[in-house]
Design a protein around this ligand. Structure first.
Ligand code: GLA
Length: 383
């Protein structure tokens, strides 16, 4: 993961290590295409209940370069998945591969856009800087492909909410993860100014700029990667649906804000939604202490009431919270490992980063809003 320094122009920080890799793999490519990752600042495990969430796109993400095949008869889409060190000439039969296989996912995204691999005569190289869990590498991968195809005049032009619904279906049917709508929307509607307040029921997205003058979000890896395909995510969703039904609520909706609730998972989703509203005010007004306190409460709720933390995430966040200049710490995204989110005093960040590394958490970087998917011309600082 490339550390990004605050104040660096966004166009220079875009997943630069991945840019370098795709251009090295396809030296004849004239440009590349970028899709950000995302960090969810507040509101985890409520998007699939039609909740309102507060994600922010990142300057780290996925980069794709493509070169048209010169001659007919060379076959269709040939993909070099650089991070997996795998190259494949794709075909529609890849849809029969096991759930979660990257070739199956990729062909399923094409199918959702009305395309087959045979109808895309390109060689492409893809690489990303989102490994480790929690920064939405899957949605970033799907969107870099979908939005690059449109740039090439291929596939249907879907607006963000329709595309997000299709990608949600792809993720369920081809990766086996019954996720919500947040990730593709956070990426496709990302801004360079800050977060988005996404209402997953009403279908609205309102920009929420980062109002902090001296504080910033940072991401720190807990040391344990995670895969959602092993079923943990689907299990917590199923447990929640049962708990909602047992207290007389619909299984796919948030309980009303003031309704009395008993079961721990219901306490989490209800209180997490309230923290999103409070958090988006604190974010916009630049109240770092208030936002940090909400982060600590959110972590407690995700860990104790929802059961999606791990000892490593608890240890990292508890340790970080005690450091000077740290306003708050929480797991972010689905949980079960991966990256944690801190809110830190900018001046103190280098020292906090040093202490975290000495404690066994060396992977860390500042989270800078990365905008939406877009083309990257070659010849920039990393081209
Ligand atoms: C994953 C899912 C999202 C969301 C988060 C938890 O990232 O893909 O839809 O449910 O977990 O907030």
């Amino acid at each position: 993961m490339t550390p990004v320094s605050p104040g660096a122009p966004n166009s220079e920080g875009l997943a630069s290590a991945a840019q370098a890799r795709v251009f090295e793999a396809l030296p004849e490519a004239q440009s590349a295409f970028f899709a950000p990752g995302r960090v969810n600042l507040m509101g985890d495990h409520i998007d699939y209940l039609g909740g309102v969430v507060l994600p922010m796109s990142l300057t780290e993400g996925t980069v794709l370069a493509g070169v048209p095949k010169a001659r007919r008869g060379e076959g269709g889409l040939e993909v070099w998945a650089l991070d997996a060190s795998e190259k494949a000439l794709l075909s529609s039969t890849d849809l029969e591969r096991p759930l979660g296989d990257w070739r199956r996912r990729l062909v399923a995204v094409l199918a959702a856009l009305g395309l087959t691999p045979e109808a895309v005569p390109f060689r492409i190289a893809i690489s990303g800087t989102l490994a480790g869990g929690g920064l939405s590498s899957s949605a970033s991968f799907a969107l870099v492909l979908a939005r690059w195809l449109r740039e090439e005049g291929l596939g249907e032009a879907f607006e963000s909410w329709s595309l997000a619904r299709m990608l949600q279906t792809v993720e369920r049917d081809h990766a086996g993860v019954a996720c919500g709508l947040m990730d593709p929307l956070a990426i496709d509607l990302g801004t360079v100014d800050g977060a988005l307040r996404l209402d997953c029921e009403q279908g609205t997205a309102i920009p929420v700029p980062l109002g902090f003058s001296q504080a910033a979000f940072a991401l720190v890896h807990c040391g344990v990667g995670r895969r959602l395909e092993d079923g943990a995510y689907n299990r917590v969703r199923a447990t929640l649906a049962t708990a909602l039904a047992a207290e007389g609520f619909p299984g796919d909706r948030l309980p009303p804000p003031a309704a009395p609730v008993q079961a721990a998972p219901l306490r989490h989703v209800q209180s997490e939604q309230a923290r999103v509203w409070a958090g988006s005010e604190a974010l916009a007004s630049g109240d770092a202490a208030a936002f940090g306190a909400l982060m600590d409460a959110s972590h407690r709720s995700l860990a104790e009431d929802y059961g999606v933390s791990l000892p490593e995430l608890d240890r990292l966040t508890a340790f970080a919270r005690r450091l000077p200049g740290v306003y708050g710490a929480r797991l972010t995204g689905a949980g079960f490992g991966g990256w944690a989110q801190l809110l830190v005093e900018l001046d103190g960040w280098p020292e906090v980063q040093r202490i975290l590394a000495a404690e066994g958490f060396p992977q860390a970087f500042l989270a800078i809003p990365g905008g939406a998917p877009r083309a990257l011309p070659r010849g920039g600082p990393h081209g």
